[in-house]
Design a protein around this ligand. Sequence first.
Ligand code: SF4
Length: 374
Amino acid sequence: MRSCMLRAGLSRATGISPFILGSPKGWLGSAYHEVLEKIPRVDLATESLDNAIERLWSQAIAAQHQRASRHPLDRRFGSPVTWPGYHVARASVRLRAGDLVTFTVAAPVAATGPGAFVSATIREQEFIACNGKLVGRPDVVRADEVVDYKSGGLFEYDENSQVEVVKSAYVRQLRIYGYLVKEALGSWPIRGLLLPLAGTGVEVSLHPAECEQEVLEAIALLDAYNAKVRAQARPAEFAAPSPAACKWCPYKLICPAFWQAASPAWSGHLDGAAVEGTVPEAPRSIHGGAALAITVDVQAGSEGPRRAEIAPLNPAVHSSIATVGVGDHVRFVSLRVRPDGVLTPTSRTILVRVADVPSLGIAGRYHEKANDQG
Ligand code: SF4
């Protein structure tokens, strides 16, 4: 919402899933969270902790794999054990789930001392404030802290201070959690604790004034978004395209604002090259029929006009290439630009015919509720 309202809207849009490539790292994170959410409810009198963790992990991973296997783009990632970070996530879930259960059984929180306000550990509880506009579900609330398990890196590079800092989105999320907890339980947590997949956690101090300011800004953003929806603004009026905002955005392929704004000045500032152009000749078979090559006269996107030969493309991964004919307009995202300027596919490259891209519009109803992603 903060960097681009259109991106926030598209995250809840229906009908665009076939054009959005998921992330195995994100699926591992979802499975990891699912195990941590369920493990405290296991009856450890009838099942060992190790067995319970293994069972829950296998179930969660199988569900992620099944969904990915049915998706036209995501199925390229194959078996879960080949997903980058699989073994780290599996080792980490054993560690964190064990800690969680041990904490529950052996070390209940005492409700004494400065800042102490919770006499029991609260997990995965939904907190609501601001007349329902603010909703959040911290992983754990205990004693005077809010704990959130993260499957991604905790740090980002700050251009101003030129050092690595805790991701600002995570800090904002913790502040909003702090406010939600205060509203529900009557007392402020004094810190947030971010626990990564691997390594030690990071503490973030929570100050009431900063938490309140964060909430004011989040509600103002939500109100501005909803005002646009009510006014039936065009999708472009929600968009804030820039190399920084669009770099990791999964909606580039279908985002009209991106293709209007992107220019060769963006080259090297995205998660790979994004190009749009016409196809002057039919895709041709190479490598003895194992792959295809396509020629594109590039007219838009992050690279300058040129005739590009893009290969090798696996037809099983890029099934849309079977429908591409002479004169078609196509888009590619997440291409690698070699030092000699040649564009080559990566494991995250997507190809689409522009004629197949869904048009975006505002639904007839909307939700006046902010989620905890800010
Ligand atoms: S591609 Fe850029 S402009 Fe489009 S939704 Fe994503 S962040 Fe917003």
